[in-house]
Design a protein around this ligand. Sequence first.
Ligand SMILES: Cc1cc2nc3c(=O)[nH]c(=O)nc-3n(C[C@H](O)[C@H](O)[C@H](O)COP(=O)(O)O)c2cc1C
Length: 371
Amino acid sequence: MKLFEPFQLGPLALPNRIVRSATYEKMTDEDGFVTDQLIRMYENLARGGAGLIITGNALVHATGRSVPQQICIHNDFYIPKLKQLAEAVHEAGGLVVLQLSHGGRQCFPSLLGQTPIAPSAVAEPSLKLTPRVMEHEEVWEMVNAFAAAARRAHQAGFDGVQIHAAHGYLVNEFLSPHTNRRDDYWGGDEERRFHFLEEIMVAIRQEAGDGFPVMVKLNASDAVNGGLEVEESVRIAQRLQSLDCCAVEVSGGMYESGQVTVKPGIKELADEAYFRTFGKHFKQAVQMPVMLVGGFRSRSLMEETLQAGDADLISLSRPLVREPNLPALMKEGKEKADCISCNACLRFFRIPYTHCVVLEKERKKTVQAKN
Ligand SMILES: Cc1cc2nc3c(=O)[nH]c(=O)nc-3n(C[C@H](O)[C@H](O)[C@H](O)COP(=O)(O)O)c2cc1C
């Protein structure tokens, strides 16, 4: 099967084509330092056989905290513990890329202790807030924050970084005509909206050096009126390709679009792979590898998507929350993931750490039945 054939992703030799898509863990301590629990979780994922692991959204600047207890990388003092995480994954036979993120206007003011920042003062209806507009100098500060974070990831031994430019967070907000209403170097038309991501790519190259893999997760569609749509998103990917981007991961949606990013209740084959047509668009337009995320549950559909040339790599998030060893199980013949896409693992503020709530309940029932 193509799914289990090796794949060369820039300098990285992946043993198969299954990627663990970035998944926030809520497993650092209160100050954002890596814990033993987090290391064990990543070791487990590595043993589970995914060809590449992308970490949850790591914080590049204190103004971008979107969730509690996320991995922090906005200061050098986080490096030693992050190094332990990368080493543990390598020892377990895996490859690990750190996702770099700034929450922009999708940060809870109560968590942040201040008004969230964004390219423009466009109200965010789900969090019921209007962000503060970033000053020109402040935009440069964030560019440098992404670059410094990439340098730290490199020093900590990660195999690359992925810039989170999807799901309505800060980088997406600069790219999107819905959230970027500026008329300066950072916005006004398509090319200027791209400047923030472009400057980040350039700055990362300078800070982390040539050869360090840099990937980008993009929204094919913001799924909101006046938002980014696939035609423009594909052109963004083409520009990224000329900036030495190593791979693009295709996703979609933002907070105000509802559950577009993480579609619930995937039961039938027809519910799966809900961004597949976008993957096809990207594959037709760029030569760099395309990762496709969103609702893959069946091995046969993963294989068919690869065979049809609609993606080079298949990314999974929720299925690996329930079964970290799903790639190994599928290699042995398992057809369908056990995940029922109930999205209980997404209730960040109600659960102590990211895990499969359904599986936990099932285990409790089994224990009760035994007693
Ligand atoms: C618990 C949870 C945490 C997530 N955290 C992130 C994240 O940190 N960064 C990111 O880009 N996407 C995040 N996502 C979105 C996933 O990467 C993925 O795009 C989405 O879940 C759809 O894929 P799936 O159907 O395989 O779950 C998260 C999803 C879940 C369920």
